[in-house]
Design a protein around this ligand. Structure first.
Ligand code: ATP
Ligand code: MG
Length: 407
């Protein structure tokens, strides 16, 4: 595609504008990155209070599949991206008729469906060098029966809905064969995958950016700690996982992006499993066709963030190979932080937290705090890892965050 240069003005006197489907926090940080470069921005999101809509030049407040809204977005923007993977693929197709859209509808469609996603991982296992956890597709009663008859190879396992899962939602743990039928009923007897439960020793993710011309850059893997199925802590520094594993994960993520012909920022999540070898084995879990919560540290610890790369990729600009200049730990701030033990609403002690060295607070502009709602994050950077860890522990303590023992 022809690059959309920042600050360029068309014949009608309109400033180069980039568009995003979805107005959540990822869209907001995308808007910030695009605006810093000099672009105007447009956000399509039905919510009047959406975090990205609040800070964008244009906010088109319609449903994602509203044809008038999509036409308006296409009219305003020279290129369009997405910030959440459940954007209707048809909406991206419609936009792509007149504008460069990255990532494209086809790859977003694959990432939206665990069955297709796993098929893709299997198809490129030879070049990526990693496979996914053993699994079976369950879309019909007959397939469920077949799994039961095949024996308990996949048990204990996790039954996951093929679509719309996030933050551990749409998942039921299945210990025995007896529990499988009821678990499928509980999930609404819709298309699912049953995945073998693996002995995880760690989880990590890799962010890759790929341009329209095939240029690829990537970040080193970050190690992620989840609490109750939601990301709690990200560790981003050398040695966060054994170097040989880090290299494999990074190469695998790049291979997966290339095999997809992906354009934009892709996050690939991996499990490190105890397979009896010295550092354990690597298994690919899932991918997100957008920047990811586990990459938020790149805003403060790298010279180009995942959102900068999203902007560069969609606009056809050269992709800088990002350089991490500081070790970092990211702490997710859920709505829980705004409530004390007795359920009373409270203001977190920002005075104390922000007086700690190397703390970078990012709040997403969500007015109402709710338990489990992603309200913001705090990244801690420092001159060395020992200091970063000490400050992160202190901040987590002050905020009453979970996962303290993992820091
Ligand atoms: P996300 O918020 O990343 O989109 P999700 O709801 O799509 O999450 P997964 O990433 O598939 O769900 O699973 C959530 C978490 O559950 C994982 O990060 C991991 O901790 C655990 N988990 C999932 N699958 C397995 C497995 N096969 N074996 C062991 N643990 C697992
Ligand atoms: Mg996940």
């Amino acid at each position: 595609m022809n690059p959309v240069f920042p600050g360029s003005v068309d014949a009608a006197g309109r400033m180069a504008t980039l568009g995003v489907m979805g107005g959540g926090q990822l869209g907001r940080m995308f808007v910030h990155a695009a605006q810093r470069l000099g672009y105007f921005t447009a956000v399509l999101d039905p919510d009047a209070q959406s975090p990205a809509g609040l800070v964008s030049h244009h906010h088109i407040q319609t449903a994602y599949n509203d044809s008038a809204g999509l036409a308006q977005l296409a009219d305003l923007c020279q290129a369009v991206t997405t910030e959440f993977e459940n954007v209707p693929a048809e909406a991206l197709q419609t936009l792509a008729q007149t504008r460069p859209v990255s990532p494209g509808a086809a790859v977003v469609g694959i990432a939206q469906n665990r069955i297709e996603e796993k098929a893709h991982f299997a198809a490129c296992a030879d070049i990526s060098g990693v496979s996914c956890a053993p699994y079976a597709v369950i879309e019909t009663q007959a397939q469920l029966q077949a799994v039961l008859e095949a024996g308990d190879d996949l048990l204990p396992g996790i039954l996951k809905t093929a679509r719309m899962g996030y933050d551990g939602k749409g998942q039921v743990r299945v210990r025995t064969a007896d529990e499988l039928g009821p678990a499928w009923t509980e999930l609404g007897s819709i298309a699912c995958v049953l995945e073998k439960m693996l002995p995880l020793t760690a989880e990590c993710s890799v962010l890759v950016a790929r341009g329209w011309d095939g240029q690829v850059v990537s970040f080193a893997p970050q190690r992620n700690v989840h609490v109750d199925g939601i990301l709690a802590v990200t560790h981003a520094y050398e040695g966060n996982i054994p170097p040989a594993l880090a290299d494999r994960a990074r190469d695998a993520a790049v291979a997966i992006a290339q095999h997809l012909g992906y354009v934009g920022v892709l996050c690939v999540e991996f499990f490190v499993v105890d397979d009896g070898t010295e550092h354990g084995g690597l298994v690919v879990n899932e991918m997100a066709p957008r920047p990811h919560n586990s990459g938020h540290y790149t805003l403060d610890a790298c010279d180009a963030s995942q959102f900068d790369l999203q902007v560069h990729a969609m606009a056809g600009l050269p992709l800088p190979q990002p350089r991490q200049h500081s070790p970092a730990i990211m702490l997710n701030l859920l709505g829980d932080v705004w409530f004390d033990a007795s359920g009373q609403q409270r203001e977190p002690d920002w005075q104390a937290v922000l007086s700690l060295p190397g703390t970078h607070l990012h709040l997403y502009g969500k007015v109402q705090a709710r338990t489990g709602r992603k309200m913001g994050h705090l990244t801690i950077t420092g001159p060395d890892l020992a200091i970063v860890k000490t400050v992160a522990r202190r901040a987590a303590e002050l905020l009453g965050l979970p996962g303290l023992d993992a820091i």
